[in-house]
Design a protein around this ligand. Structure first.
Ligand code: NAD
Length: 472
């Protein structure tokens, strides 16, 4: 038996013992997780600084506060999420108890990415614990400091019979995936997602995919250009552009572009000074490989760099960079940029912008900036994306009450808040029937008659208008 299957078997034995089921146990583990976050704030800040030179401000906001917020949300609410949900009934089962029961799935695997290396493990873990599962987490090896911090802290704070950390890269993950899990929650690139799916298909394991893609930002009509520039720059260059929901490119008319550029210049200077390389509010590209990938894109692009463009390989530094005259077939439009490079493409009309977006894969997030609500509504109605936010970037993902996830190639399933709990729960349809009214059952037993058939149809559909079904 290899070590992975030993670990999984140990967790499976725990799961079968029912240890993770009681509400009090789940509550205790969630409070321990909250202590993990509170006690180790500085270590988390230091780890993500080491991995990404992530500024403390960004680390607290995106790694620590988001986890804390999610923990408070789960601790306050999971007992009500666990409750059976009674459903409407038709006449034929009027006397029976009919409800949806949320049950844990079993032993689940959470695989994280490196760009928000702490929260991408913690937030799914919170929902998996709240739902009563045993969990293996596999942080990204690329963000090595955070990976080893997670591996050190989780066994200290959480029950080792129920939750464990596996470290390593592609080979380790592939070996892990040879085993059967009850659910795989994967955050990462579309390319790797294909191998995750292949491995999952062997055991028919259900999978949640939190992927990326190219998130468009359409700026159209009457716009507060100064505010638009600030919100765009913040959401694009936060975490040095290495956010799955960062605006990937801007679509706007020539007029808007010409009005926007001076404000982008002014904002970049205001945020990161005239010498962004020495500015402490700007992080770094995670690895040399990603730095080279981004610089290759920049060199091959036929667009014109109008802001930034400077770089320093040893420091893995790339200045916040803006390009214009970028065409649809440019290399920058082939794949998710995932770095501090912002191409601006022009369109003649709102319809052309919408058509452009609809020609591509459905994005993880779509942003529209306009003071005209008709523009915002038209874009929302005529497009599809995992999430949608008007007049800002990324902010929608901070709300634990909104499901976070993609659609189509940008991801399958969603999480955050209750949605994570639902992802890691099976919604079991339960009908507890009694022995009464056996005489009514005669209607469905042979010998079949037309009369019985019409009576039966009437009892099963007598409820003319069904109240809305469960929300999830
Ligand atoms: P990645 O796919 O390279 O790696 C993700 C995880 O998969 C890591 O833990 C890694 O060890 C593992 N892995 C790598 N190669 C593997 C293989 N061949 N087989 C099995 N496992 C393997 O992704 P990344 O570079 O860490 O993350 C960047 C991508 O993640 C971007 O596309 C970004 O948009 C996306 N992302 C999405 C979200 C979201 O919530 N939707 C959040 C963050 C990042």
């Amino acid at each position: 038996m290899d070590t992975h299957s030993q670990v999984i078997n140990r967790l499976r034995t725990t799961f079968r013992s029912g240890k993770t089921l009681p509400e009090e146990f789940r509550r205790e583990q969630l409070s321990n997780l909250l202590s993990l976050v509170k006690d180790n704030e500085q270590l988390i800040i230091d780890a993500v600084y080491k991995d990404l030179r992530k500024p403390k401000f960004e680390a607290v906001l995106s790694e620590i506060e988001m986890c804390r917020n999610e923990l408070y949300c789960a601790i306050d609410n999971f007992s009500s999420w666990m409750k059976p949900e009674y459903v409407s009934k038709h006449l034929a089962v009027k006397l029976d108890d009919c409800f949806v029961r949320r049950e844990p799935l079993g032993v689940v695997l959470i695989i994280g990415a490196w760009n928000y290396p702490f929260q991408l493990i913690l937030i799914p873990l919170i929902g998996a614990i709240a739902a009563g599962n045993c969990v293996i987490v596999k942080p990204s090896e690329v963000s090595a400091a955070t990976e080893s911090l997670i591996a050190e802290l989780i066994p200290k704070y959480l029950s080792q019979d129920c939750y464990t950390v596996v470290c390593g890269g592609a080979e380790e993950t592939k070996a892990l995936l040879e085993n059967r899990f009850d659910h795989i929650f994967y955050t990462g690139s579309q390319a790797v997602a294909r191998s995750i799916l292949q491995a999952a298909s062997i055991h028919l394991t259900p999978v949640t995919l939190e992927l990326g893609g190219k998130c468009p930002c359409l700026i159209y009509g009457r716009v507060n250009i100064a505010a638009a520039a600030r919100r765009l720059v913040w959401s694009k260059f936060f975490n040095t552009g290495q956010s799955c929901v960062a605006p990937d490119y801007v679509l706007c008319t020539r007029d808007v572009r010409d009005a926007l550029l001076p404000f982008l210049r002014e904002t970049l200077e205001e945020f990161y000074s005239k010498e962004p390389q020495t500015n402490l509010d700007l992080g770094r590209i995670v690895t040399d490989r990603h730095w080279t990938r981004l610089m290759d894109l920049l060199h091959k692009s036929r667009g014109k760099v109008v802001l930034g463009g400077e770089s320093h390989q040893e420091e893995k530094y790339i200045a916040p960079t803006v390009l214009v005259d970028v065409e649809e077939d440019d290399v920058l439009m082939e794949e998710e940029i995932f770095g501090p490079i912002l191409p601006i493409l022009t369109v003649e009309s709102l319809e052309e912008g919408i058509d452009f977006i609809n020609r591509k894969e459905k994005p993880l997030a779509l942003y529209v900036f306009s003071e005209e609500s008709s523009v915002v509504n038209t874009v929302m109605e005529k497009t599809s994306s995992g999430g949608f936010c008007s007049n800002d970037g990324m902010v929608h993902m901070t709300l634990p009450t909104l499901p976070f996830g993609g659609v189509g190639a940008s991801g399958w399933g969603s999480y955050h808040g209750r949605w994570t709990f639902e992802t890691f729960s099976h919604r079991r349809a339960c009908m507890l029937r009694g022995w009464a009214l056996e005489r009514l059952n005669v209607l469905r037993y042979p010998p079949y008659t037309d009369n019985n058939l019409s009576l039966l149809c009437w009892t099963a559909s007598a409820k003319k208008s069904w109240p809305s079904c469960s929300v999830m």
